[in-house]
Design a protein around this ligand. Sequence first.
Ligand code: F6P
Length: 318
Amino acid sequence: MTSGGDAPGMNAAIRSVVRTCAYYDRECVGIYRGYQGLIEADFITLGPRNVKNIINKGGTILKSARSKEFRTKEGREKAYNSLKKEGIDGLVVIGGDGSFTGGVVFNQEYNFPVIGIPGTIDNDIYGTTHTLGYDTALNTTIEAIDKIRDTASSHNRLFFVEVMGRDAGFIALNAGIGAGAEEILIPEEDLGLERMLESLKRSRRKGKLSSIVVVAEGEKTGKSIFELADYVETNMPDYEVRVSVLGHMQRGGSPSCFDRVLACRMGVKAVELLLEGKTNLMVGLINNEIEATDLEKAIKGHHEINRELLRVSDIMSI
Ligand code: F6P
């Protein structure tokens, strides 16, 4: 199943799970709409040919959802009954930490084997340096910011660009550096409004005519991106300021080669772990190897941003 916010590479992971099952002569059943489809027994038997031509597709052919019903005991009981009725022996959940939390609770209550594949553009999961979809989202984001740069520079304007990440600044920090942003605001670090203003003023004095500030959705100044823009416009009246919110376009599109290969590797490992009788694990990329991490650890642990990047960003905006 795919669950939570969709991410590019989820289809490639579905394909990998299905084909690995076929390789080991096991039947594979796809579950539509995450845990909600599990509760409603919305299943489809999937063979290798059912997943043709999807490695390059964004979104998820199995659809995704955030199920409120699965948070209740009754919902989980229905889900267990659906699984038993269908003769399913193990579950591969492709999703983020919310989806894994559901998997852990389900495993505790029913001792049902669950393996997680981290799929979210946010990259905010412990136990993997890269989640599925993150690399693609970065590429989509810098492509969009590059386009904004063209118009920003033509009009000598300052652009505030909001990128996704309500709790994590991975996209903002990396896409911000990759797209040459002047300032980057992330949830993990509140550097304060004054600092941003000073940096913009300093750059202006040094002859910069246009600038881009990348802001993660969940940044910590407590101001909306429009309030941030107003604040700068009030304090730098000679600067024309514009706002661009990139939004869900960052979640779509064909997955990058990196995400496709990662999805293939993770899918193989997830099925092999189930076949070895393992449960409550998440597959992840660590030092370029696919490793298993305890699912609870993956949820509770914190994937730290690389602070070196903050320093690099600072130096680049001189
Ligand atoms: O977790 C992925 C994510 O895209 C976040 O970056 C974003 O804050 C959130 O999902 C948006 O959720 P929804 O699609 O429910 O609006």
